[in-house]
Design a protein around this ligand. Sequence first.
Ligand code: ADP
Length: 160
Amino acid sequence: MRIAVCPGSFDPVTNGHLDIFARASGIFDQIVVAVFHNPNKKPLFTMEERVEMLRLTTAHIPNVRVDCFSGLVYEYVRRQNSTIIVRGLRALSDFEYEFQRALLIKKIDPRMETVFMMTTADYSFVSSTGVKELARFGGDITGLVPAAVAKKITERLNQD
Ligand code: ADP
């Protein structure tokens, strides 16, 4: 069975992420969407909240499983009995970071393959950061994130 891991912050999940999961689920037997604890980022949502939103919004894709981890990504991937990391690519700006990261992982564990999926044109400009910024200033985020996620963002921002 070909298992692929989609690691990310997913703070929160966007329609851009969901598009990648849906497309990857048609290529691999199982997709593990793994929320990564990044100590460099101060998230809007807790790990548990991010996992819960992912579970809710991927429930219709049967071969997607949601999990979370901290520590080294390739060790996590190995624990999932996988050697495949799926990442989405938007602009050239994503490339630089992803290129370095993929090569570094390959250097440490040559069995690891990072597979890149090109964004859909409709979502090429969608990022969790952008959505949060837009929402913070009262912008309309309909169509960029699922309705349930939009509601959570609005609730959280209104709390502050
Ligand atoms: P990270 O902090 O690890 O970059 P993100 O949650 O920002 O986590 O993104 C997770 C993955 O999803 C990354 O590979 C990112 O490039 C990809 N991604 C994010 N938004 C989009 C999008 N709109 N289209 C395609 N891929 C995307």
